[in-house]
Design a protein around this ligand. Structure first.
Ligand code: CUO
Length: 667
């Protein structure tokens, strides 16, 4: 019920569903009362499941229980869509519960979890419920297999109350011989991976209910959110003395970056497959997944996308050219390239390039299934961002979108200006007293893994992660309103590296691709001088630290559904360097009357609206995502300085990293 936890009150882990015998798996039906009394004795909570006509779940049950599940594989998407359909059609919450209990033991557990999560997010009568917490359901997707084994042992040997957290080692996937390993803290960050899984849950590419797929500007947000990931990742690379990501454009060259995830796949009790260095992509022929894909097919899809970009028009189902316009063009291209087969205007012609890229890379170790191996981590949205090749593939995707963006007319000075509004100063105030610096360090935080570990005896077991963190700060903006009337402004905050790898001021052309969004908020500007203050914890790209860590164990936070989507606040600031990494901190105030979207946001979670949108609402900004850096600079502006109009201001800042490790939250 809304306002109540979906599963159990804290500390009450044992839930027993009392079900009619016909709900049990066939092999258990004649010992139904046995089972129920045995588990019933241990129950903290007993839930009577309503007897109901059984739904037909033969289609979703086609995925073997021991198989891994991937949203990037078309067959899996279809099987999940079938289960979503069953759940969406339940008449009320009680019937949904009956259907879910019935399906739980009969379908693949990952498919089940995905379908139920999508349904809980989208049914009007379940929207206010918490989602099952994903890390707790599938901790093995986030925690290395050795720590996982240690947690199991701790739970078996040590009494509840005396158990110590299992410290997940900070760099277990490779040694310093592998330069890419310097980025472990970004790629293997728990909050980043959960965000990515959550984003794809909120924006499914396919569903039998088209309303679940068709969301305001979802194709554009696919482009923008992943573009921002690439901007952030590239900056982390620069901080670690690595060059920018090389796009995986040619699918026929060996991939130097290998990745050995050291995670166990929970369902099959098998390790996730690894990819050795210098693997070369092969056509995939996997009858089981119903995939038969040539590399030349992917190349053709790419050519057709670029053709649409070049002609500023796509080819529709009848073969006609349809012009892309300034407002919706990027959204259509996003749906074509991702691809959403239901929203792409011509799915056969443009294919499924981005998704099949994930798939073909994920099967590089066993393209024809001769070794009966499942896909690698890039095939699962919960684990994909761990692998260096994820970024090479998404750099390629982003470069393709960029080909469209650089062909658009640059903004004119007049379009960028907000008459009578001037930004006169911008400053960063750190909570430790420093100004115009950011400070980063390491922090340890604990996560309760109990729910996902199906072992006895029960009770809490914690995993302790080390992750990047920064000192909280306040952004101070001085703005003048030279008119005599109050004005509303949209304050747009970005940050980008100042110099290129030769130490020269970065060109605007390069820098705009690394402009990472830090925040965006509305401000009231009185005539005369105004001081605006904004806390780092309020950022509209992030969700609070508590939602990534502490409250995962605490069901008081009822906002963990749409609100679970969002960049983790502890990764808001790039790592920086010991000596200080130089960045340009940019603030623009645009005319809110032109930017505003009229809608009621009451009750809606909008914590991370820049990356995730707002549920059941329009994207809360009328400008193109990434504005004003989504296009090339205005005519003649080849540096940020020459791009500036009076309603913008840049402040040079540095990011200083301190290698200290601070203790677990609250300890
Ligand atoms: Cu999020 Cu490729 O889209 O992973």
């Amino acid at each position: 019920r809304p306002g109540e936890p979906v599963f159990t009150p804290k500390g009450k882990d044992n839930v027993v569903f009392q079900v009619p015998d016909k709900f049990l798996e066939e092999k258990y039906q004649n010992i139904g009362s046995d089972i129920q009394s045995r588990f019933g004795d241990e129950a903290d909570v007993t839930i009577q499941v309503r007897d109901t006509a059984l739904p037909n779940i033969t289609v979703p049950a086609q995925l073997d229980k021991s198989d891994n599940f991937s949203l990037f594989i078309p067959r899996h998407k279809k099987l999940a869509a079938a289960l979503i359909d069953v759940f969406m059609k339940a008449k009320d919450i009680d019937q949904l519960q009956s259907y879910a209990v019935y399906a739980r033991d009969r379908v693949n557990s990952q498919l089940f979890n995905y379908a139920l999560s999508v349904v809980l997010l989208h049914r009007p009568d379940t929207k206010d419920l918490d989602l099952p917490i994903f890390i707790e359901s599938f901790p093995s997707k986030f925690i290395d297999s050795r720590s996982f084994g240690m947690a199991r042992q701790e739970a078996n040997v040590v009494k509840q109350g005396n158990r110590r957290p299992i410290t997940v080692p900070r760099d277990y996937t490779a040694s310093d011989l592998e330069p890419e390993h310097r980025l472990w803290y970004f790629r293997e960050d728990l909050g980043i991976n959960v965000h990515h899984w959550h984003w794809h849950l909120v924006y499914p590419a396919e569903s039998s209910d088209i309303n679940i797929v068709r969301k305001d500007r979802r194709g554009e947000l696919f482009y923008y959110m992943h573009q921002q990931i690439m901007g952030r990742y590239n900056i982390e690379r620069f901080c670690n003395n690595l060059p920018k990501t090389v796009a995986l454009t040619s699918l026929r060259e060996p991939i130097p970056e290998g990745y050995f995830p050291k995670l166990d796949s929970l369902v099959a009790s098998r390790p996730w497959p690894a990819r050795p260095s210098n693997s070369t992509l092969m056509p995939i022929k996997r009858t089981l997944d119903q995939i038969d894909l040539e590399i030349s097919t992917m190349e053709r899809w790419r050519q057709r996308f670029l053709e649409a970009v070049n002609e500023n028009a796509y080819t529709d189902l009848q073969g006609r050219k349809v012009a892309l316009d300034e407002t919706t063009g990027i959204d259509i291209l996003g749906n074509i390239l991702e691809a959403s087969q239901q929203l792409s205007p011509n799915p056969n012609y443009y294919g499924d390039l981005h998704n099949m890229g994930h798939t073909i890379i994920s099967y590089v170790h066993d393209p024809d299934h001769r070794h009966l191996e499942s896909f690698g981590v890039i095939g699962d949205s919960a684990t994909a961002m761990r692998d260096p090749v994820f970024y090479r593939w998404h750099q390629n995707i982003d470069d393709m979108f960029n080909e469209y963006k650089i062909r658009m007319n640059p903004y004119t000075a007049q379009q960028l200006t907000y008459p009578s509004i001037r930004v006169t100063a911008v400053g960063i105030q750190l909570d430790n007293g420093r100004t115009n610096q950011f400070h980063t360090f390491w922090q340890q935080s604990d996560i309760n893994m109990t729910k996902g570990m199906d072992f006895m005896p029960r009770g809490d077991v914690f995993a302790r992660f080390t992750h990047l963190q920064h000192i909280p700060f306040t952004i101070n903006v001085q703005a003048n309103n030279d008119s005599s009337a109050p004005k509303m402004g949209m304050v747009r905050v970005f940050m980008a590296p100042k110099v290129d790898d030769r130490g020269q001021q970065m060109s605007f052309r390069d820098q705009r691709r690394y402009m990472i969004e830090m925040d965006k908020f509305v401000a009231n500007l009185r005539p005369g001088q105004n001081t605006l203050r904004r806390r780092s914890a309020e950022s509209t790209v992030t969700i609070p630290f508590e939602r990534t860590f502490r409250n995962l164990d605490n069901r008081q936070d009822s906002s963990f559904n749409f609100c679970g989507c969002g960049w983790p606040n502890h990764m808001l600031i790039p790592k920086g360097t010991d000596q200080g990494y130089r960045m340009e901190f940019f603030v623009m105030i645009s005319n809110y009357e032109e930017d505003r979207v009229n809608q009621d946001l009451g009750g809606a979670c909008s914590d991370a609206a820049s990356f995730c949108g707002i549920r059941d609402r329009l994207y809360p900004d009328r400008r193109p995502m990434g504005y004003p850096f989504d296009r090339l600079g205005r005519q003649g502006a080849d540096t940020l300085a020459s791009f500036m109009t009076p309603n913008m201001k840049v402040q040079e800042v540095t990011i200083i990293h301190n290698d200290r490790v601070s203790g677990p939250t609250g300890q």
